[in-house]
Design a protein around this ligand. Sequence first.
Ligand code: AMP
Ligand code: GLY
Length: 423
Amino acid sequence: MKVLIVGSGGREHAIAWSVAKSENVDKIYCAPGNAGIAEYAECVSIGAMEFDKLVAFAKEKEIDLTIIGMDDPLVGGVVDAFEKEGLRVFGPRKNAAVLEGSKAFSKDLMKKYHIPTAAYENFDNAEAALAYLETAKFPIVLKADGLALGKGVLICNTLEEAKEGVRSIMLDKQFGSAGNRMVIEEFMTGREVSVLSFVDGKTIKTMTSAQDHKRAMDGDRGLNTGGMGTFSPSPFYTEEVDAFCKKYIYQATVDAMRAEGREFHGIIFFGLMLTADGPKVLEYNARFGDPEAQVVLPRMKTDIIEVMEACIDGTLDEVNLEFEDNAAVCVVLASEGYPVKYEKGFPIDGLEEFKKHDGYYCFHAGTKFEGDTIVTNGGRVLGVTAKGKDLKEARANAYAATEWVSFANKYKRNDIGKAIDEA
Ligand code: AMP
Ligand code: GLY
């Protein structure tokens, strides 16, 4: 079969690698892709938001399955555009992708269906939000309602900071129209875990757990980024936590979406916080995490095409979803200055080393070809993943492999997976 993948980051590289392993697949295209994805897929220069062009391409090339990796096109209704033309596509429709696209929607859903999450209020004007803050407890969390590249969350320690935050979100529109509405919620403390799952409308099967490191600098300091590294599984995601989430969160979310007439087919990513009062939902995403996918997919034994088709057809209950009994760590190699200001266009050396070692992967996040040379083309450049028999071995392997590649202004965190030592 022929597969089209939509996206251009490390997540889509991991998806492409996984799809390429499937015996069912003869040809892969990726729109727009990157220099790493080009090893498995023919990259076509169509942007992820160019729905008409994507649909026309899928028809012309007789694509059997299109996989949407990114959030923006999902929230914008790309799945509906494909389905309208009778094309098979993996991902939630627009009315279900709202689970990620609107934080106010997801908070109201959790409240209505008693799914554990932080206490909150929604606001659609700044005056009401500012008035609410006068009697609030601090620290407090402000969230722009819509998509904001993972940056629309502000944790405020004082009333003044929070007022400033409300103004920047709702009045100055720091995150654009994402800030037309906002959520103000209780600050929670605890370990964070990412649990990704496949969903077919009614059945949910969770993947192995992972943990992201969102801050730019060691010790969780610095600005929030798209993610500087991940490890899987999380040692804090115990059987007890899993049992709790199965009982109160996972199926409850799928059932709630169905009851609302928003049947969800695709990936639900549960961002969880393990609080003293039990696990609570921090956020939902409607797609694979990036860089969670880079540690979860290399450990997946089941054919990704088989499970994605089951999600579309509503037959996920027949799929045996299996993961390897090992661990993986991904260290992101970024450009110095990310996420604020950084340079691009530097040649990358050493990529061929990964071909010589089993269990090591170099997923490209921001790269492109300049002639025959692969050069840096983004803030996050590469995701270096390695497997090991346990987390410690995987971490040592991943950090060793980060030394194989070099490019100007290479920057990484040195403490990805440090929490492993505390487990
Ligand atoms: P989100 O995009 O909603 O996952 O938020 C981004 C990050 O902000 C999360 O990964 C948490 O580290 C932090 N965060 C979000 N909501 C809360 C909360 N209610 N309490 C504490 N931290 C939070
Ligand atoms: N790594 C977090 C995300 O993909 O949203």
